[in-house]
Design a protein around this ligand. Structure first.
Ligand code: SF4
Length: 354
């Protein structure tokens, strides 16, 4: 089904004007705010982002404030939002803006993409929303809406499909309302053209949608079956000395880098999980410990694997704690644990202890 670009554009914008959700970065789109919101919105829903965005802007109101901040302070605000590489890149990008651009934010999408953590999608979204540049912003929502509209039955995870869709969006994008057009497609994908059971009866594009006409909405976008997600068992040690516990900071080059954790690590074949705890602490921190008992188990899912975190109550036996394979170690009192940024699973341990 051939799409009439003008009709689609008008129908979308009319719908957007009526149904757009109010968002703090949307009504008066300032470039810095749009940038922060777009980074936070990657892989994350609007309702989750909202309170984080408010806190982030209150703490770092300008790019200069963000650049001057310590990474730990940024991670602290970010904790719980996940995908922490985004926070590290944001902080690094703010420093690039201050050091190399005299504090001036980029304008065109091509310049935004030179900053750490900004790809074609985020670059297009920021430049179109904040500066009105006529440039597409193709994320998962946009791929879903357009594969359905055009009836594309190919594997939607392939770069070629994304390229075709980017070409279609570029042809269709509203020259005077580029930012609104991009947001309208994303909003339609989030509110109406949802992954399951799209609400075609209330969709402004139903009359020109191939998937709707051919009753293919449950089969488009096509994705190949997912590979099974691996599962690992991990030991985490609450090592107590007097009224303090030992925490370790992950190295910046590691997953969850810069965050603090209860030290431990992954179970190897042919060892019990208690043996894992003892071995990992020796390797990471350079001390011998005794496992006194199990405090509990925390299941947790990341995007590419699942883990069970087995949490042990431990006592130091021999040696002085030092950062062998971690970034830093610290003995802290239980109330002080709240001052450190932890990943989600370790935050549950903090909650048990406090
Ligand atoms: S008609 Fe249905 S499938 Fe087509 S774009 Fe609208 S909501 Fe999505």
């Amino acid at each position: 089904m051939a799409l009439d670009s003008g009709n689609v554009r008008r129908a979308l914008l009319r719908w957007f004007d009526r149904h757009r959700r109010p968002m703090p970065w949307r009504d008066d789109p300032q470039p810095y705010q749009v940038w922060i919101s777009e980074v936070m919105l990657q892989q994350t829903q609007v309702s989750t982002v909202m309170p984080y965005f408010e806190r982030f802007i209150a703490r770092f109101p300008t790019v200069a404030d963000l650049a001057a901040a310590d990474l730990q302070a940024v991670l602290e605000i970010w904790q719980g939002l996940g995908y922490y590489t985004r926070a590290r890149n944001l902080h690094q990008a703010a420093r690039v803006v201050m050091d190399e651009r005299g504090g001036a934010l980029p304008r065109p999408a091509s310049e935004w993409q030179t900053l750490p953590g900004i790809g074609p999608y985020a670059g297009g979204a920021i430049a179109s929303i904040a500066f009105g540049e006529v440039v597409p912003a193709v994320d998962g929502n946009v791929v879903r809406v357009f594969t359905r509209l055009l009836g594309i039955r190919k594997d939607s995870t392939k770069p070629a499909v994304r390229r075709d869709i980017t070409r279609e969006v570029t042809k269709m994008i509203a020259p005077r309302r580029a930012g609104d057009f991009n947001q309208a497609v994303m909003e339609l994908g989030a509110l109406v053209c949802k992954p399951r059971n799209p609400d075609c009866r209330h969709c402004p594009l139903s009359r020109c949608c191939t998937a709707h006409a051919k009753e293919l909405t449950s089969r488009i976008p096509y994705r190949p079956p997912r590979k099974p997600i691996p599962h690992i068992d991990v030991a985490a040690c609450v090592i107590r000395r007097g009224d303090r516990v030992l925490i370790a900071r992950r190295r910046p080059d590691q997953m969850l880098g810069g965050l603090w954790e209860f030290p431990g690590g992954k179970q190897e074949p042919n060892e019990t999980i208690e043996e894992t705890a003892v071995r990992e602490i020796d390797e990471e921190i350079g001390i011998e410990i005794r496992v006194r008992g199990k405090l509990g188990a925390i299941p947790h899912a990341f995007s590419h694997f699942k883990m069970t975190l087995h949490v042990f109550d431990c006592a130091p036996v021999r040696g002085r704690a030092r950062a062998v394979t971690v970034d830093a170690v610290k003995w802290v009192t239980i109330p002080d644990l709240h001052a450190y940024p932890f990943p989600a699973a370790d935050r549950k341990i903090v909650a048990w202890l406090t």
